[in-house]
Design a protein around this ligand. Sequence first.
Ligand SMILES: [Zn+2]
Length: 150
Amino acid sequence: MTPRIRPKYGETIAFLLSVVAEPSDECILWPFGRNGQGYGILRRGGKTVLAHRLALALYDKIDVPPPHIHTRHSCHTPLCINPQHMTWGTHAENMLDKAMACRSGGVKLTTDQVLQIRASIGTCKAVGEQFNVSASTVSLIRRRDRWAWL
Ligand SMILES: [Zn+2]
């Protein structure tokens, strides 16, 4: 585990603002404190705030939404605060993302396979078995929630 930097007063929010002003394409890892789930945290107004949510809210120029609005990391890196790697989503979408992340370690689909899945006409389950992925992955590909650029 990388050592955590103990921030000076105002340093955490300054870091957040600089990231939000100029996000790069790469993951930007929160260098300060983190919680038990591996998300970056900071103290703000006497409260502990999740850094990635604040980053996305600042980026979208909104207040941090209530907890039932989850954040989805497209990069599956909890410590990443790059607002371009996140969207607001529902709990259900978040769970799906997590499931996808687990599988993507073992199964890699080629561009060809994704196009074949999209063109396929079988049930999600049958097609999933054929390509060694879950039915939900097939469904996501067909709905263009995954590999949308293909
Ligand atoms: Zn990222």
